[in-house]
Design a protein around this ligand. Structure first.
Ligand SMILES: Nc1ncnc2c1ncn2[C@@H]1O[C@H](COP(=O)(O)OP(=O)(O)OP(=O)(O)O)[C@@H](O)[C@H]1O
Length: 357
């Protein structure tokens, strides 16, 4: 068998959301024959295990080239730590922080943050979620752990709540919802910095942070307090929401936090009876913002009564309907976010988790 031929074929493989092929990116670690099987080992530095499906489309050709009876793909993750915005000091053990924001309230930012976190986990990563929405911490409810409280065995650090394989902490676990809403910027950001650094996250590939909606002082303070790798802006297609999404993009750019892209939520309504799709809030808005402001449109989610029901019941859609089309959309977004983060970022050394803070 000629490894060079196999390598050359792999070098032509590039999923649309990857900026490089696996060979030139250095993801291919071994090519060899084991009995009559061609074994190819890839190690990805970002969460994208679903790429296995696309790789399988090469099987027939690779068998012909190598004379093998079958191809065995060995796909593993070793998520790279990428440089943080403004060279901020990281959280030990946490490789990358993804901030989820929205210019306008109620557009589905928390829904997106939770499902994105679960989708990143399905793509093979170790994931945490931090609810930094001081105005309306809803993540405990959405994860079905509203009554949980983080425990502290040393009086200094707290253990996160575990839900659906995510490590979660929320300002909502620690203060009453009404107390947090009257906090002013400095108080809220101080409390948040404490939660971020005093939670025993352990080793995480991605920590998703749900920011408070809006683009005012408090959001800027909080965004700067979190050592972010990249930020996402969630919007709906209405003009008012889009105008606020643009303000969100500008806010991050002003404080030098890279914007990974825009996610359009409630893009269209699909009739549960006949399947007819209707753009209730207008069409093409997310794409327009993405083109005009040069940020990727990472995906579009339908307005679907199931999403709302799942979140209210504390079983997010990615868990409730793991094989459904909405989950597929979240998995695609997760892969695009993870790949985008990697290909636009600069790898730096990973600092391992230590118990002392
Ligand atoms: N695509 C969707 N289809 C149907 N309902 C949705 C969708 N996305 C979110 N929702 C529902 O809309 C409501 C608001 O969502 P969510 O709390 O995620 O918004 P938010 O932008 O985080 O709000 P806030 O500004 O209060 O933080 C929730 O009841 C949620 O279940």
């Amino acid at each position: 068998m000629n490894n060079e031929q196999i390598s050359a074929r792999l070098a032509q493989f590039r999923p649309p959301h990857w900026a490089q092929d696996p060979v030139s990116a250095g993801f291919v670690r071994a090519i060899g024959m084991e009995r009559d099987e061609l074994v190819i080992r890839l190690v990805l530095p970002f969460a994208d295990l679903a790429v296995a499906e696309s790789l399988k489309t090469l099987d027939l050709e690779l068998c012909q080239l190598s004379g093998a009876r079958a191809v065995r793909w060995q796909l593993a993750l070793d998520v790279a730590t990428l440089a943080r915005a403004n060279e901020a000091q990281g959280v030990a053990g946490v490789r990358n922080i993804i901030a989820v924001s929205s210019g306008k309230g109620g557009v589905g930012k928390s829904t997106t943050a939770v499902n994105l976190a679960l989708a990143l986990k399905r793509q093979g990563a170790r994931v945490g979620i931090l609810d930094a929405d001081v105005y309306g911490p809803s993540i405990p409810l959405m994860l079905g752990v509203a009554d949980a409280r983080p425990e502290s065995d040393d009086g200094k650090t707290m253990s996160p709540i575990e839900a659906y394989g995510l490590k979660a902490n929320s300002i909502g676990f620690l203060v009453g919802a009404d107390d947090a809403t009257i906090w002013r910027g400095p108080m809220a950001s101080k409390a948040l910095a404490q939660i971020l650094r005093e939670t025993r996250w352990g080793e995480l590939d991605y920590l998703v942070v749900d920011l408070p909606p809006g683009t005012g002082d408090i959001q800027i303070t909080i965004a700067q307090q979190v050592p972010t790798t990249g930020a996402l802006v969630v919007t709906t297609p209405q003009n008012v929401a889009l105008a606020d999404a643009v303000k969100g993009i500008s806010m991050f750019r002003k404080v030098n936090i890279p914007v990974l892209g825009v996610i359009e939520n409630m893009s269209y309504h699909q009739c549960s009876q006949c399947g007819h799709q209707e753009a209730l809030f207008g069409e093409g808005g997310g794409l327009r913002v993405s083109v005009e402001h040069q940020v990727p449109l990472l995906g579009q989610l339908p307005l679907d009564v199931n999403i709302c029901r799942h979140m209210d019941n504390g079983t997010p859609t990615v868990e409730a309907l793991p094989e459904g089309h909405i989950t597929k959309a979240y998995l695609d977004i997760a892969a695009r976010v993870a790949a985008g983060l990697y290909f636009t970022g600069t790898p730096i050394p990973t600092s391992l988790y230590t118990r002392s803070v």
